[in-house]
Design a protein around this ligand. Structure first.
Ligand code: AMP
Length: 249
């Protein structure tokens, strides 16, 4: 079974992001970039499926600038077999990314596509769902457990108030949630080996996909600074303040 995993290059989760002075976006100059944490979980799940003998090949795909090759090499070091970069310097919205992924799905014909539930830079939580709509495949989003048997995959989903298990016919789309697994670290020998694994570079044009956007970012602003908190002396004082000052109870 071939598994396709989508990985996004994002600002590292430890970085305190700064907004550009002209409010046009987030300042990315000299900022540490990493693989989106939910995509790390997606790669780990694919590697575990391969270790169990369920998956036979793992292809990782990223859409973004040439520098996204770094994240693809990381995925190769973690156990993916080959990588595809769809190179684009443009800021792409989820629909454009989903259309490009659909073109890669058509080309690669994977049985399972694993994505993160969301990218921590844009927090869109849209791409997997859009890809499912474009391909017509079943989707199991926010997965905390994935079990493939025969031509079906059972996906346990994190939902409000508990867990829901859905059974999907393959090919299918899965998006990962935090509890699915704990990703491993790449070992030095595997980082060295990853340098020799195949990495194909494509363009949106070569895939016949237009990435023109229908939405425009008007303004990006940092959240308002929070005012300092206070300490209360008793529960009674807390309740009084919640009632009369915050007016939330
Ligand atoms: P989003 O819908 O933007 O929150 O992203 C959800 C998931 O879609 C990510 O965790 C990735 O698996 C995938 N994805 C989004 N953008 C990209 C991209 N530019 N390249 C590869 N995968 C992406």
């Amino acid at each position: 079974m071939k598994v396709l995993v989508a990985v996004k290059r994002v600002v590292d989760y430890n970085v305190k992001v700064r907004v550009k002075a002209d409010n046009s976006g987030v300042d990315l100059a000299n900022v540490k970039m990493s693989m989106n944490p939910f995509c790390e979980i997606a790669v780990e799940e694919a590697v575990r499926l391969k270790e169990k003998g369920v998956a036979t090949e793992i292809v990782v795909v990223s859409i973004g600038p040439a520098t996204a090759q770094e994240q693809l090499r990381t995925a190769l070091a973690l156990g993916a077999d080959r990588a595809v970069l769809v190179e684009s310097a443009d800021e792409l919205n989820s629909l454009a990314v989903a259309k490009l992924l659909k073109a890669v799905v058509d080309k690669e014909q994977p049985q399972l596509v694993i994505l993160g539930k969301q990218a921590i830079d844009s927090d869109n939580n849209q791409t997997g769902q859009m890809l499912a709509a474009l391909t017509g495949y079943g989707q199991g989003t926010f997965a905390s457990k994935v079990e493939v048997s025969g031509d079906k995959v059972a996906v346990t989903r994190e939902i409000d108030g508990g867990a829901q298990t859905v059974s999907l016919s393959l090919p299918a789309i899965v998006t990962t949630d935090l509890r699915l697994n704990e990703p491993r670290y790449a070992s030095l020998p595997n980082i060295m080996k990853a340098k020799k694994k195949p990495l194909e570079v494509l363009t949106p044009d070569a895939l016949g996909v237009s990435t023109a956007s229908t939405n425009k970012t008007v303004k990006v602003e940092a959240p308002a600074a929070r005012s300092a908190g206070i300490k209360v002396k008793s529960v009674a004082e807390l309740v009084e303040k919640l009632k009369n000052e915050a007016k939330v109870i």
